[in-house]
Design a protein around this ligand. Structure first.
Ligand SMILES: [Zn+2]
Ligand SMILES: [Zn+2]
Length: 342
């Protein structure tokens, strides 16, 4: 198969011909139709994820067609169109038994714990637990965003923060997951303040429903508190950086909820969380880590009904040969880049 690979952290990214994966017992191999390029792939390449073993193929936001089925798989056949959450749960641990597959104790992650989907084929574990059937009306390119950023934002806004109509929601960082959160929060009836250092990202955030756009280079907490009449009810760090994490917590009103959505690998420095505000204002500090496969029907139903629309988030369709440049420049162009030609 053709695949984007690297054999040293932060080293050259090359398209190489590698051996095709074979399905594990209980797993499948998917022919990748589309694979998004996400900041998490950049972290894997930079060596911020201890799970990554060299040489490595990144990629975890995928949609495609089942090409081979391992022994013991009962729900899936060759030819089925599918996507998958980036956390592939085991289906058997205590967290999985409780339905909390996104924090499975024995999870695997394509593009992190094994080779990923910036390739013609990718192996996925525990297929009966993790695959999500794609409706005919949802193309692979749009569906690729659902495996990570859009689903992660959906769960962060609706299930972790439990955003209610009329609440103020601040979104810090308007890359793929942040823009998704803007659209989902606005659709839930919330009033959204988008924060980013890029004018292009803020313009897209406004088009997706943000009521206000704030320049991330200024005094962000002061601006959010001013615009919202005392602070946001919910604030998301959708970038994952010490400064956006602290700004998010400082943007909240009393009893507000911060949700950490962007990864914060310690290699980039730990966030300085103002715990004195957490206690004095009774703030909630929450984490959100993807979304279980069994939770996708609600999201797919809202998309099918036209209540949510991930399509405008995909701003670039590229070939595998352009993936290295897009990965190195992640965050530079607004919106989501998706590899659709392998
Ligand atoms: Zn599990
Ligand atoms: Zn991702």
């Amino acid at each position: 198969m053709r695949a984007l690979m690297f054999d040293s952290f932060a080293g050259p990214l090359r398209v190489e011909t590698l051996s095709d994966p074979v399905p594990a017992p209980g797993g499948v191999v998917v022919q990748v139709g589309a694979s998004g390029i996400c900041r998490s792939d950049w972290h894997a390449w930079q060596g911020h994820d201890p799970d990554v073993v060299l040489p490595h193929v990144p990629g975890h936001e995928l949609a495609g067609t089942v090409a081979a089925v391992g022994g013991g798989v009962t729900r899936w056949s060759v030819g089925d169109r599918v996507t998958v959450p980036f956390v592939n749960a085991c289906g058997r641990c205590a967290q999985c038994a409780a339905g909390e597959h996104q924090v499975c104790a024995r999870q695997t992650q394509p593009g992190f714990t094994h080779w990923g989907s910036l390739a013609e084929y990718v192996a996925l574990d525990a297929a009966d637990v993790n695959l999500v059937a794609l409706p005919d009306g949802l193309d692979d390119t749009t569906a690729a965003a659902l495996g990570c950023r859009y689903a992660t934002a959906f769960r962060a806004v609706t299930q972790v923060a439990r955003v209610r109509a009329g609440e103020w929601v601040a979104v810090h960082g308007c890359g793929g997951v942040g823009l998704s959160a803007v659209q989902i929060a606005a659709a839930a009836g919330a009033r959204v303040v988008a924060v980013d250092v890029s004018p292009g990202a803020l313009e897209l955030a406004r088009a997706l429903g943000a009521e206000h756009a704030v320049d991330g280079a200024g005094d962000v907490p002061a601006a959010v508190v001013e615009l919202t009449g005392g602070g946001a009810h919910v604030s998301l760090d959708a970038l994952g950086a010490p400064v956006t994490c602290a700004n998010s917590i400082r943007s909240l009103r009393p009893r507000g909820r911060h949700v950490q959505v962007g990864l914060l690998p310690p290699a980039q420095g730990r966030a300085d969380v103002p715990m004195e505000r957490v206690i004095a204002l009774e703030l909630g500090v929450l984490g959100s880590h993807g979304m279980a496969a069994h939770a996708y029907p609600e999201l797919l139903g809202l998309i099918a009904a036209g209540r949510l629309d991930p399509r405008p988030l995909v701003t670039r369709e590229i070939g595998l040969e352009q993936a290295a440049g897009a990965l190195a420049d992640v965050g530079r162009e607004p919106g989501i880049a998706v590899v659709t030609r392998f």
